[in-house]
Design a protein around this ligand. Structure first.
Ligand SMILES: Cc1cc2nc3c(=O)[nH]c(=O)nc-3n(C[C@H](O)[C@H](O)[C@H](O)COP(=O)(O)OP(=O)(O)OC[C@H]3O[C@@H](n4cnc5c(N)ncnc54)[C@H](O)[C@@H]3O)c2cc1C
Length: 408
């Protein structure tokens, strides 16, 4: 078996892996990415939030993304029984980006990978990690290419950005149950042949079908739209006795007064995919010679589109800390990485819970909504979940619950 050597091995070329590898490469570390799939490959997660722009900007990806002409996302619209609550990101409490994009992930992820490669990152596609052994902080990873050939990669550090592949959580047995279990999703793409002209046609929307079940509509600039339903697993399963995603998704579209006519007779571009009980976490985010980033370290829920933002934030932060450590500095991984990331995850986790228990929906759709509250919640929805000036961040555990009580 051949053996290669690198400073840092990154597992997975999704958004998290691309951002971390680009940063490491810019900081003169030898970095190698191994990616199981052949790109472009589809992944779900098409609604970005503004905080992601900080990360993409820091590694120099923005000019290329700008050229791709993706649909701009200026706001998040929530609908329930015909009532509209739209959060415009330029009307938020704090500083920071006030727009982002709605991205077809196959194209977007491929573009990020190409940008990383242009900057000098070596990505080996169709090569998957099948085993790893640690000797202190040094590791030897076994990878297998599509022809079945095995090879070893010795690295001083491993960043696991393998998303739902969850390579190190499985190999090191550090998978842990999420306290957000119990939600599932069905999704597909459609050629949006009845797309209305103007803003309505390009508007991203999350429509409440019932308290624990919602429909997403994410129009792309190429005329295709992403459609999905997410929510309580029991409710999702009840949509189709045979488990047919097509039937289930059409039932939900049929329940939407807003979108029924636009989508009910559309053909789906691919058979709707079903992702059950998607929330996940780990018992440990880092260890001697390794760190987990993005979905490999955990995923909450799609309702506030936090996934790619958290994945790139953790990827970038991990890369910065690895760079410092390999340059001989002492890094406190618990406070500088795990505690920091936990803070962001915990804020989003509260908002996800408050969404499904109905409290946030009460605030969003109340006829006398408080504009100041809206600005502060908008800051959270934009992804600025570390803004210590925002009481909707610092007091996230009680503030939504308490406000909702005042509306009863
Ligand atoms: C139903 C649903 C809807 C969602 N909607 C949104 C949304 O609207 N907005 C949003 O921001 N997020 C959303 N997400 C979350 C989003 O999918 C993820 O957070 C995001 O893709 C994480 O990026 P990543 O780089 O960590 O992982 P990924 O994008 O999953 O990339 C991981 C890469 O690792 C590779 N890999 C896996 N195993 C191996 C292996 N053994 N060896 C080598 N490579 C490997 C994979 O092929 C993959 O390319 C959604 C999630 C779900 C379940």
């Amino acid at each position: 078996m051949t053996t290669e050597q690198t400073d840092v091995l990154v597992i997975g070329a999704g958004p998290s892996g691309c951002v971390s590898s680009a940063y490491l490469n810019k900081h003169n570390l030898k970095v190698k990415v191994v990616e199981r799939a052949k790109f472009p490959r589809f992944e779900i997660g098409e609604s970005l939030i503004p905080r992601v722009m900080d990360n993409l900007d820091e590694v120099g990806f923005l000019p290329a993304i700008e050229k791709a002409g993706y649909e701009k996302k200026l706001c998040s619209r929530f609908l329930r029984n015909g009532i509209n609550c739209t959060f415009y990101f330029d009307q938020k409490f704090g500083d920071g980006w006030d727009w982002t994009w709605q991205v077809p992930r196959a194209h977007f992820d491929n573009l990020l990978a190409e940008e990383a490669q242009k900057q000098g990152v070596e990505i080996e596609f169709e090569t998957e990690v099948v085993g790893i052994e640690f000797n202190g902080s040094n590791s030897t990873t076994t990878v297998k290419d599509k022809a079945g050939n095995l090879k070893q990669i010795q690295a001083k550090y491993v960043i696991d950005s393998s998303g739902y592949g969850r390579v190190l959580p499985r190999l090191l047995n550090i998978d842990a149950p999420s306290n957000l279990t119990g939600n599932s999703s069905i999704f597909t793409h459609t050629k949006d042949v009845n797309r209305p002209a103007g803003v309505e046609g390009t508007q991203i929307t999350f429509e409440v079908i019932e308290q624990k079940l919602w429909l997403w509509v994410i129009p792309f600039s190429d005329g295709v739209t992403s459609l999905g339903v997410a929510g309580d697993t029991g409710l999702i399963e009840a949509l189709s006795e045979t488990g047919d995603g097509d039937e289930a998704l059409r039932k939900i579209i049929n329940r939407s007064d807003h979108f029924r006519d636009r989508f009910i007779n559309n053909e789906f571009i691919f058979k709707p995919l079903i992702k059950k009980n998607y929330a996940c976490t780990v018992s440990k985010q880092y260890g001697d010679g390794f760190v987990l980033t993005g979905n490999s370290s955990g995923f909450l829920d799609p309702v506030f589109s936090s996934g790619v933002s958290l994945a790139t934030t953790s990827g970038l932060l991990a890369a910065k800390l690895v760079t410092r450590e390999l340059n001989g500095e002492k890094v406190d991984w618990q406070t500088e990485y795990a505690d920091y990331m936990d803070k962001g995850y915990e804020v989003f986790s509260t908002y996800v819970k408050e969404w499904y228990n109905g409290n946030l929906q009460k605030l969003f759709f109340h006829p006398n909504g408080n504009p100041d509250v809206k600005l502060k919640i908008c800051d959270v929805l934009a992804g600025y979940v570390w803004n210590e000036n925002n009481p909707f961040v610092t007091r996230h555990e009680r503030i939504v619950t308490n406000l909702a009580l005042t509306l009863d």
